[in-house]
Every structure is written in C-alpha cells, then in structure tokens.
Design a protein around this ligand. Structure first.
Ligand code: MUC
Ligand code: MG
Length: 385
C-alpha cells in the first residue's frame, strides 16, 4: 500500500537584510531588502522552502512583506494543511479559487511545494518543468546609486571583473532631460563593452516618454522598461510602435491574463517575466508561453529576491529555449550577506543554474536566525485531523 505524503506544517517568517548601497528607484530608495520565507514540512519528514519578496514596501505594488505573510498564514496555509504534498497543481488551483491577486504570497508557497516535490523525487525543479536546456544565463546588474560618477565606476569595475556587461539604469526620479544626460554619460563610458538599458518604473507621462525614448535611443540605450503607468496599454503600444528602442513591460504583467492582453495590444516588444509578479513558477511559465507565441522577446526579471527565490527563478528560466534579453537575477549580490550555505555562482557575465535537488538552495540556519524579524508564525495539522 502506498501512503500519501501530506502537507503537515507551514511556517512563515520575515527577513530584513541590508543592501550593499542605497538602491535608488523612481518610487523608493532601498537600504534593506525584506523577504518572506516559507518553510513547509511534509509528513514523510521532507521539507520545502520558498520566498515571497517585493520592493520598497508598498511603493512598487499592492503587496507588502507584511501582507504577504498575513495572506499565507490566514488564508493559504490553513487550506493546504493535510493535502497531498505531491499535488502541486491541485494546490495552485485551490489557492487561486480561495485567494484573488496576492501573487507574491502564492509564489512563496508554490516554490516551497515544488522544492519539496523535487527533493522527494531527487530531481531539480527544472526537471519538473521538462528539463534544463541551459546551465548558465547572462545576468544584468542595476546601476542605481543615484550618482552618475559612482554608477560609471561601478559599471567599469563589473566589466573588468567579468561579472556583468549588461546594465539596467534606474531612472525616472529626475527630469527627463537630466535622466537622458545621465544615461548618455554612462553609455559613452562603457561604449561597446556593455549593453545599456533603463527602467523608469512607470514614472513618466506619455508625453515625457516621447521625449525620453527619442533621447535614449539617440544615446545608444537599447531598451526601456515600463516607462509609463502599467494600465496605459495604448500608450505602451504607441511607444513600442513609434520608436526603434525596445519597450519592455514589467509592472503591466501580473500573470497570464495580463500577458495575453499586453501581447494582443502589442503593448510591448519584450516581457520582463517575474515569478513573483506572475503568481508562481507555473503561471510564469504560462506568461513565457504567451510571449513566445506572440513573438515577443523574453527577459528573466527579479523582484530583488534573495538567493532562495533567485534559485527558484533560475530553475524555470533554465528550461526556456531563448531569453533574448538575458536575465537580471542578481538579487543576492545587492545584499550584504548570503543566506544559503552554498551561494549562487556569478562569473563570466553569467549566473549559473544551481545544481542539486529541489530549487537547489540550502538555507544557512545561523543567517536566518540573525536576519529574522520576530514574526514567525506556524500553521500545522491538529493531531487526529
Ligand atoms: C524592477 O522594477 O524591475 C529589478 C532590478 C532592479 O534593480 O529593480 C528591480 C525591479
Ligand atoms: Mg522593472
């Protein structure tokens, strides 16, 4: 008789880890990154870990670290306790029925379920998505110190040590004219040794964007990410149609339904695929499929997650045949400390796909104890139920 492995216990806790420097975005300056860590214990003794992370509290999107933790503890975990651990699709469908939106919270739990399943089967999560076709992927670095000279020095050092030759510049805080001048200075400094792109994080009006895109493409910038608000699909479509510079959708892409609408409206040339924003690895794979079917470029995006979710994202992106714009899965490098016993490897302008079973990440318990906020909550099966 085969016994079914069950979901026994789900624990959440919040980690606050300082960043190596201020990370200046149009809507917030980050000095700490906050991650919600989920640990699921299964009835056969196996465990799975996952992470849900956003950027800048509530300044980026509708979920905060505290709301992610609360959504999991109050609504998701109680529904999963006692269920078949291997039935990940069943869990995803149930959670989608019980909980609207809250994609990052769903992602954290789903990663832990995939991680547990991979560990029980003795395979990496990439294999659960059909198998890895890459062992490394190109990885961008974000220049966002808030100062052009510091950004140039940082870029030149990254090229020199062969860590990054793709740079995403965070703009949108200053005037369009000043931003374009800043980008032009950095592009002139790195020349052909690097690809320069920008992320406006929705800060521009459509009129700003018309000026901005013209200036950016004249400066040699290759791509602009989410220049205008996410809901303005017609504006994004105009920009994608009227300028040579590639237009990437980020905040506009919250799961496969958005992906279909953006693709149908031709409101982007490129999808920034984020596992958290998509609602998990499965939904992210659907966003990827829609982008591929529409002939759009793909980019492996990040919510500046720790190495845990970065490893999970790498498991999925390793299975995608062509990521025309590479990835930006550098989150662990922005933090002052590692939380895995075996850090993710960055070298030769690439990030390596972690080896090992599950998502390929083992947490360092001392680091978790050090960075945890005092908010751990446990939902568990009651004896006899
Ligand atoms: C974003 O909006 O894309 C990704 C890299 C980075 O520096 O910030 C993020 C968020
Ligand atoms: Mg972005």
């Amino acid at each position: 008789m085969t016994t079914v492995t069950k979901i026994d216990q789900i624990e959440t806790l919040i980690l606050d880890i300082p960043t190596i420097r201020g990370h200046v975005l149009s809507m917030a300056t980050m000095r700490t990154q906050t991650a919600v860590l989920v640990t699921i214990r299964f009835s056969d003794g196996s465990t799975g870990v996952g992470e849900g992370t956003t950027i800048g509290g509530l300044s980026y999107g509708a979920e905060s670290p505290e709301s992610i933790q609360s959504a999991i503890d109050t609504y998701i975990a109680p529904a999963l306790i006692g269920r078949d651990a291997d039935d990940v699709n069943g869990a995803i469908q149930l959670i989608d029925k019980l909980v609207k939106a809250n994609r990052i919270a769903k992602t954290a739990v789903e990663i832990a379920l995939w991680d547990g399943l991979g560990k029980r089967l003795g395979v990496p999560v990439s294999q659960l998505f059909g198998g890895a076709v890459h062992d490394r992927l190109p990885v961008a670095w974000t220049l966002a110190s808030g100062n052009s000279d510091t950004d140039i020095a940082e870029a030149l050092e990254m090229i020199e040590i062969r860590r990054h030759n793709i740079f995403k510049l965070k703009i949108g805080k200053r005037s369009v004219r000043d931003d374009v001048a800043h980008v032009a200075r950095i592009k002139a400094a790195v020349g052909d040794a690097a690809s320069v792109r920008v992320d406006v994080n929705t800060a521009w009006s459509l009129q700003d964007a018309r000026w901005g895109l013209k200036g950016l493409q004249d400066a040699g910038c290759e791509l602009v990410e989410q220049p205008i608000p996410a809901r303005d699909r017609a504006g994004m479509a105009e920009l994608a149609r009227d300028y040579e510079i590639a237009v990437m959708a980020d905040e506009a892409l919250n799961g496969p339904e958005d992906a279909l609408e953006v693709a149908t409206a031709r409101a982007a040339d490129v999808f920034a695929v984020k596992i958290g924003q998509s609602g998990g690895l499965k939904r992210a794979s659907e966003v990827i499929a829609i982008g591929q079917a529409a002939g759009l470029g793909l980019y492996g995006g990040t919510m500046l997650e720790t190495a845990l979710s970065t490893a999970a994202a790498l498991q999925l992106f390793a299975t995608v045949d062509h990521l025309a714009w590479g990835t930006e899965l550098f989150g662990p490098l922005l933090l002052t400390d590692e939380i895995l016993t075996q850090p993710i490897t960055y070298r030769d302008f690439c990030v390596e796909i972690p080896k090992g079973v599950g998502i390929g990440a083992t947490l360092d318990p001392d680091k978790i104890a050090f960075y945890r906020r005092d908010t751990a909550r446990i939902t568990r099966a009651i004896a006899g139920e």
